[in-house]
Write a protein that binds this ligand. Structure first.
Ligand SMILES: C[S@@+](CC[C@H](N)C(=O)[O-])C[C@H]1O[C@@H](n2cnc3c(N)ncnc32)[C@H](O)[C@@H]1O
Length: 397
C-alpha cells in the first residue's frame, strides 16, 4: 500500500466561507491543530489522527476538511488522467462502495472544472474496469467516498473529503423556508456575537431557525456532526476505528444541558437567571415556526429553543438580550424596496424597544446595512452560499 501525502506530512486543508477565517483559525487552535496558516478560501493546518477526527466531528465553521493524497504539476487532461491512475484506488474503494468528485479549476491550462472532474472520474473507473471488469458507481447525493480535485496555476491536488460531503449539512434541517442560511455561516455569526449564554438570545426573523439551532449546539457543546451518519475518513486506508470511537465517545460525553448549574450558563449568577427562554425566536410566517419546531426536534435539549409566530412590529421589546438575526434582504425573498422599508422600521424598533441589548444583524445584501438607521460598532463581510453579505454589531443604549 502506498503512503499518501497526508500520512507523510500530517497536513490538511479546511475550507470555509470568506470572512470566517479568524473564527476558523481560532476553532482549529482550540481543537489542538498546529501550524495553522491561511490559504485561498481556507486554512492549512497540521493534526495527528486523533485530533483530525475530533476536528471533523466538532467543527462548526469549516464546510470541508480535506486530506491531500498527492500534489502534482498538471498541464493537461491527459496528465491528470495518467497521474490519477497512478493512485491505487482499491486503497479507498471497493466495487460495492460509491464515490463522487467535487472539482475546482482556476488559472490553469485545464479550464473547465466539470470536465476535469469527469477525466478524474474516468481514471478511477477505468482502473477498476481494467483490473476486475467491473466499476464502482458514482453517487453524487450520498457517496461513501467524496474526492476533491483542485487545480490552481497548473498545480493539482487530489484529496479525500474527510466529512464525506459538506459539513454545513448538520442533519437537523428537516424543513426549510425560503432563503435559509447555511449552518456554517450561522455558526460563525453566533461565534462572532461572542454570546456564551450569559443572557438570552432572540432571533426576530428566525425563518427555519438556523441561528437558533446553532446557538443551542454551541451552548450545549453538541458536536456539529453529532447527527451525521457517514464520514469520509472511514474510507482512508489508515482509518482507526478504536481511535474514532474514543473521540466520538469523549465528545458526546462533553455535551451539557442548558440549565445545569455552572455548565451551559457558566457566567450567570443563579439569582439573575433570565425569566425569558435562553434561546428564542419569532417569525411572521406560520410555516417558519413549524420548520423551527421540526428542525429543533432532531437536537438534544430541543425544548430549550422557544419559538412563536409574531410580526416583529408586535413584539413587546427586549432588555438585556443578544439579538442575532438575518432579516429579509430582497434577493430571494420579496423585493428590495420592501426590504429597505422593513429595515428602517426594524431600526426604529431596536432604538425604541431594545435598549440595553446588543444586536448582530446579517444582511444577505451588504448594501442594505445603511438602511437600518443605526451606526454599527463594527462590520464584517461574510460571503457564503452565493450571498455577498455583511454582519454588523449594534450596541443599543
Ligand atoms: C432571510 S429569512 C431568515 C432565514 C433564517 N435565518 C433561516 O436560516 O432560515 C427572513 C425571515 O423574515 C421573516 N419576516 C419577514 N417579515 C417579517 C416581519 N415583519 N416580522 C417577522 N418576521 C418577518 C420571513 O418570514 C423570513 O422567514
Amino acid at each position: 500500500m502506498s503512503t499518501y501525502l497526508y500520512q507523510k506530512t500530517n497536513h490538511y486543508f479546511g475550507q470555509l466561507a470568506s470572512g470566517t477565517e479568524k473564527c476558523g483559525e481560532a476553532e482549529l487552535k482550540g481543537l489542538g491543530a498546529t501550524n495553522i496558516k491561511p490559504g485561498y478560501l481556507g486554512v492549512y493546518f497540521c493534526a495527528n489522527q486523533r485530533t483530525l477526527y475530533d476536528i471533523v466531528y466538532r467543527t462548526r465553521i469549516f464546510s470541508r476538511i480535506l486530506a491531500p493524497l498527492i500534489v502534482f504539476d498538471c498541464h493537461s487532461e491527459k496528465y491528470l488522467y495518467k497521474t490519477a491512475q497512478n493512485i491505487d484506488w482499491s486503497d479507498f474503494l471497493t466495487l460495492t462502495k460509491t464515490f463522487a468528485i467535487t472539482s475546482n479549476v482556476a488559472d490553469s491550462n485545464i479550464r473547465n472544472s466539470q470536465y476535469a472532474g469527469h477525466v478524474f472520474k474516468d481514471a478511477i473507473v477505468d482502473q477498476f474496469r481494467d483490473k476486475t471488469g467491473e466499476r464502482p458507481n458514482v453517487d453524487t447525493h450520498n457517496p461513501d467516498l467524496q474526492l476533491n480535485l483542485y487545480i490552481h496555476e497548473n498545480k493539482a491536488r487530489i484529496s479525500v473529503d474527510l466529512g464525506g460531503g459538506s459539513l454545513h449539512k448538520r442533519g437537523y434541517r428537516a424543513q426549510s423556508v425560503e432563503a435559509p442560511m447555511q449552518e456554517t455561516l450561522a455558526a460563525a455569526i453566533i461565534q462572532l456575537s461572542d454570546w456564551h449564554g450569559e443572557r438570552p438570545l432572540h432571533d426576530p426573523f428566525c425563518g427555519s431557525g438556523t441561528l437558533l439551532c446553532e446557538a443551542l449546539m454551541k451552548q450545549c457543546n453538541i458536536p456539529a456532526a453529532y447527527l451525521r451518519k457517514k464520514f469520509g475518513f472511514l474510507r482512508l486506508p489508515d482509518f482507526d476505528a478504536t481511535v474514532w470511537n474514543q473521540v466520538k465517545t469523549k465528545a458526546n460525553a462533553e455535551m451539557i444541558q442548558i440549565g445545569q448549574a455552572g455548565s451551559a450558563a457558566p457566567h450567570v449568577e443563579q439569582a439573575s437567571l433570565p425569566a425569558q427562554a435562553l434561546i428564542s425566536g419569532s417569525d411572521i410566517s406560520t410555516d417558519a415556526v413549524k420548520a423551527v419546531r421540526a428542525n429543533r426536534a432532531a437536537l438534544p435539549d430541543a425544548g430549550k429553543i422557544k419559538v412563536r409566530r409574531a410580526d416583529f412590529h408586535d413584539l413587546e421589546g427586549f432588555d438585556n438580550t443578544t439579538i442575532v438575526t438575518n432579516p429579509p434582504y430582497g434577493i430571494r425573498l420579496g423585493d428590495k424596496e420592501g426590504a429597505t422599508a422593513l429595515l428602517k422600521e426594524f431600526g426604529d424598533f431596536l432604538k425604541q424597544k431594545c435598549t440595553g441589548c446588543t444586536a448582530f444583524i446579517y444582511y444577505g445584501d451588504a448594501s442594505l446595512a445603511k438602511k437600518l438607521g443605526l451606526k454599527p460598532e463594527w462590520k464584517q463581510p461574510l460571503r457564503s452560499g452565493g450571498l455577498d453579505g455583511i454582519l454588523c454589531k449594534y450596541e443599543l443604549y
